[in-house]
Design a protein around this ligand. Sequence first.
Ligand code: F6R
Length: 599
Amino acid sequence: MSGLVGYIGERNAKETILEGLKKLEYQGDSSGIAILGNGVAVYKEKGKIQDLEQSIQAEKLTGTAGIGHTRWATRGKPNRMNAHPHQSRSGRFVLVHNGMVQNDAELKKKYLPEVKLMSETDTEVIVQLVEYFQHQGMDVEKAFRRVLNELQGTFSLVLVDAQDPDTLYAAKNKSPLVLGIGHGHENMVASNTMAMIHVTNQFKDLRDKEYVILSRDAVEIKDFKGQKIDRQTYTVNWDASSTDKGNYEHFMLKEIDQQPTVLRNIIKEYRNKDGQLRAGDHLDHMHIPKRIYIVACGTSYHAGLAGKRLLEQVARIPTEVHIASEFLYGQPLIEADSLFVFISQSGETADSVGVFNNMKQLGHPTLAVTNVEGSTLYREADYTLLTHAGPEMAGASTKAYTAQVAVMAILSTYLAERQSLQTGLDVFYELQKVSRAMETLQGLKDQAKQIAHQFLKGGKSCFFIGRQLDHTVCLEGALKLKESSYIQAEGYAAGEFKHGPIALIEEGTPVFVLITDESTASIMRNNIQELDSRGANICVLAAEGISEPGDAWVLPKVHPLLTPLVTVIPLQLIAYYAALALGREVDKPRHLTKSVTME
Ligand code: F6R
């Protein structure tokens, strides 16, 4: 959702904060920055970070402390007035905020009846309240703490005081916030580690209902009662280049191309020197459950669908997959002796975290499959498996999906080994094979581009159909296409197509067909004929050995349970080239935010 950055140190704060914000800008609708120095200078702009950057280009901002924000509008229109930072009445206090405060109207009525608010946001109430309590005689820290204790809702926020250029105040409750520990006289805070990786790779977590006072040489973490808290520093092995496009025009293509390397990384991380699987000692204490519930959203949910097949066939454990936002308000009957697996690239998605908190409270064991060390799910789950995909910068998820499926294969194998089952899946050998297959597919970019032009340039709505695991990839292929190119796309189980959607087929309607399973190949060919005779424009992607002349793409053969790892590649590439052909903003699809931290 919105993103925030705070910096205090020896570097130019404007440059450092803008660089951080750019890493966070998943199509923010407005942005702003406040730099401390002689007082505080505040600038805001509607539009992208680049618009803000341009508008302050000529300003000589030499301060070495400040805060910045990129806004994803929730309360109030995206305009300059509602953009953060917001200021208190006198201009002394300045604040950026992510999340949503629920009781701002009551607080305004109770404490600030005379104050005329300048914006439509809940955030402005927070900063006005700091000034109100400071005027009541409290020092700044006390006033800040008092406000934190008054707020209901979700927030991560950073406050600066124009009269004190040597301090930042930050706090968190149910919205992401991480502390960056600088190497010299500098410290940072941001809603995501990626926004700080150009300064440091050393971090400290901040938990809910905690605040921190940052100076150049220290960070002091306290709870909302003011009790000091010791927190360990951890290192994230991502470097600054992993958040750059390098020679690529877009992150999306870079990340599609990184997938074979990510797979090899995963193998390296989960295989010991004797070639055995090592999932981490902590997992050895995990009880083998009778049932597994996978909970996730979006692309991660689609990875969960592939994970279900792996867990059931390899580890022989019945598995259900649930969309987090549905589970949250309609909990199914849960079998005792169950394990909850949360799949989440960011580890911060509000719906998944919501279910996670409920299940933890009910005492169910939890396992997080996530890409972000230090994220909420990573920190708080009983067990964790990292997906080791490196930072995913593009709005549309690609390498996180394949990494998640690969880690689900590893988890399934691990659970099978713990039960001494014959798996029929030599997981590392098969993943190596997949990584080579991925490389072959990536060499066929011209083919993907040609398909995108031939089938999608008209922007007509289209379908993806397949059976079983192919169906799960169809869902992901359709999601990739719709979010990147804004073409209406639906993934369907091929057998269901005749039960209604076939009525939508017109002359030239594009239908992408996935066929990787020999046992359903002939019935899929019948389905194709039915569509063909109704005028559909059919593009078949079929596996080696079952492909036929006229198919648009022959997919390398891999282990049947790992086919999603290869079938998804052409679909990702087709989505990318369709978006490009239609002139979309590939890395920052409209209305989308990388990490959906609000319900
Ligand atoms: C699609 C996409 C989203 C995310 C979803 C869950 O390309 O990126 O559908 O997969 O918002 O996010 P995480 O995995 O961070 O929980």
